[in-house]
Design a protein around this ligand. Structure first.
Ligand code: NAD
Length: 315
């Protein structure tokens, strides 16, 4: 099969990785990169021997580019993705997809009207251990699911902070909880605040409730001097613990502790391979624009709950 012609817009910390992986995959053929910062665009384009652009307009005119990763600042993701969709390109948009749910709704409508793929960069879903946990929940291998706890804390991120920790960081776990429970939360109660960030919250504790008394707790911050990214899922018969960084999975019940072995795999590679294959084979992606919109709605409700001090109903 002919590889998919792809490009990347936004060649900062994360976009650089998208470009590298697209270059490595046999399913994709990296054609160009774009960044408003000419030096950054040039630095990424040179080793990959592709054309750098400083504005998306000219790049989108190219017919050999069929799909794009949008990796710009969170506040410009929706605008640049709109341009790409309007130019009839398939889009992988990085999280948080948009800063407001209304922008996400517009993106979904344009993609649907044009019959294009729109997927969101919820990378955690491509960590093999999480897929194992999801299956164990579905097959009731750990009994009846009771609750899940996620911790995603680290020190201050170096990159631009144009959204707070909820839309930047906790949104990964909001998506994971929707994926694990295979349903949308019913209520959210949250406490967020700012210790160092002048404009946005830099810590958040979020409690989500689901049907039948199930619940999830998410702790996120940019205040912890070391990086932790973990998930613990409690079932009536066993507990599963996943370390997203090492990809180690531990399953404990009353009798034993087991650690299924998975070969470490680069989640971005799995994510971009899936994106390309879905387009080439005309299949529905694991993550749709609706998943992005729903996570964003929960993130908005989180901020609303913290501001009002009340539980926010989501349905
Ligand atoms: N899925 C994940 O795990 C993950 C990890 C890291 C970052 N991200 C997301 O990726 C995005 C980029 O993050 P980053 O850490 O690379 O940030 P960054 O600041 O390092 O890079 C962003 C780049 O986009 C460029 N840019 C901004 N607006 C632009 C525009 N309109 N047109 C062209 N270029 C533009 C900037 O010049 C910069 O080079 C963010 O939305 C972030 O949330 C996702």
């Amino acid at each position: 099969m002919k590889p998919l012609g792809v490009a990347v817009i936004g060649t900062g910390f994360w976009g650089r990785n998208h470009a590298r992986v697209f270059k490595e995959l046999e399913e994709t053929d990296l054609k160009a990169v774009c960044d408003v910062d000419a030096e950054r665009a040039g630095k990424v384009a040179k080793p990959f021997d592709v054309k750098p652009y400083t504005s998306i307009g000219k790049m989108l005119k190219r017919k050999d580019i069929e799909a794009l990763s949008v990796c710009t600042w969170s506040t410009s993701l929706a605008e640049e993705a709109t341009k790409a969709l309007k130019a009839v390109k398939h889009v992988l948009i990085e999280k948080p997809m948009a800063t407001e749910p209304k922008q996400a709704e517009k993106l979904i409508k344009i993609a649907n009207d044009q019959g294009l793929h729109l997927t969101v960069g919820f990378l955690m879903r491509f960590i093999p251990g999480l897929q194992h946990v999801r299956k164990a929940v579905e097959n009731k291998a750990i009994g009846k699911i009771v609750c899940a706890t996620a911790k995603r804390v680290s020190e201050w991120p170096e990159r631009v902070g144009d959204v707070g920790v909820v839309k930047d960081t906790a949104i990964h776990d909001i998506d994971v909880m929707r994926y694990l429970f295979n349903e949308d939360p019913v209520t959210v109660y949250a406490k967020t605040g700012s210790m160092k960030h002048a404009k946005f919250e830099d810590y958040a504790q979020i409690m989500l409730t689901f049907e039948d008394g199930k619940s999830a707790f998410i702790e996120s911050n940019w205040l912890t001097p070391y990086k932790t990214r973990t998930l613990t899922v409690t079932g009536s018969e066993a507990i599963m613990k996943l370390d997203y960084i090492t990809q180690e999975l531990t399953i404990e019940d009353a009798k034993e502790t087991v650690q299924p072995r998975y070969q470490w795999q680069e989640p971005l590679k799995l994510e971009l391979k899936h994106f390309a294959n879905c387009i080439l084979k005309k299949e529905k992606p694991l993550i749709t624009g609706i998943d992005g919109l729903k996570a964003l709605q929960v993130a908005e409700a989180t901020l609303k709950s913290s501001a009002s001090g009340r539980t926010v109903k989501l349905k």
